[in-house]
Unconditional design. Sequence first.
Length: 315
Amino acid sequence: IMDGTDKDLGWEDVGHGGSSGAGNGSAAVGGNVGAEVPGISDAVTSAMVNHFARELTSSSLSLWPQFVQTVRRYFNVNHGYVLRKMLWQLAPVNSLKKKSSDGELGGDKDWAARICDGLEVDIEEPDMYIPTMGFVTYVVLCGLVRGLQENFTPDVLSATITFAMVALVLEATLVKAALFMAGAVNTPTVDLVGLLGYKFFYLSIHIALGLLLGRGWRPAGFIYSSLILGLAVSCGAALWQALRRLARMQPSHGQECMSDMHQHCIKAIPVLQAFVCWCLLPSWPREVLPQVEQVISVVTTAAASLATGNSSSAV
């Protein structure tokens, strides 16, 4: 008699198979000693396959709620928070607003607050909504720039996505290793990817300004250069502020001796991100200038027409 555990493991098939094969086995023993009992091996194999399939299914289902909970934490934002966060990314100064200590009760009073686990989080805390929307906007704008060059194909979008994702993964790996060596051994990878993903927000603004000020061609001028310089400073300052203030990005307990190295590391990471942003910028179409031969031909024709007109008037 089998209990419920044996049935859950799938061994009930072995019992039925064994009962049917027992008579055959006793008959086979008399005729041929050592002959394999038919049906037993198939039942055991079926029971093992069912057991492993059941274990795999239960493990996958147990990981799914954890994944949903993690994703919900990074995408739990509202319109007020998104506007406030984008303004802070452009001007990353210390917030004068005091964080509410009343949790969700206080969060309902502030339309720009972000609530996680019932508590209001700091403005430096990373989210995944703005980086994701910035990434999508960046890909679309890169396709628009290529379309202005009249060489857009559907492969442009896939190539842009692949290149940007590979650059983000390599940058996150390098920064993770640098922070680990600087003593911040418990730096969450998801938080780090979120912080580094804000670069696509700045890149989208960069490309949009280039399209507006350059009128479809390669942008230039003092206004454009000043705005781009301000974006670069804001991008680096926001990342530095987050790495400096978030407790998860600091050296772990017992690694206080690495504080000086950690300070140098978080100052070098924004420089690395500026280089990655430069690599991710699309190539702008250059404005086609009239060829020299055409200019000479137009000037010659105009001079000849003027000379002909003067000679006719003299006659």
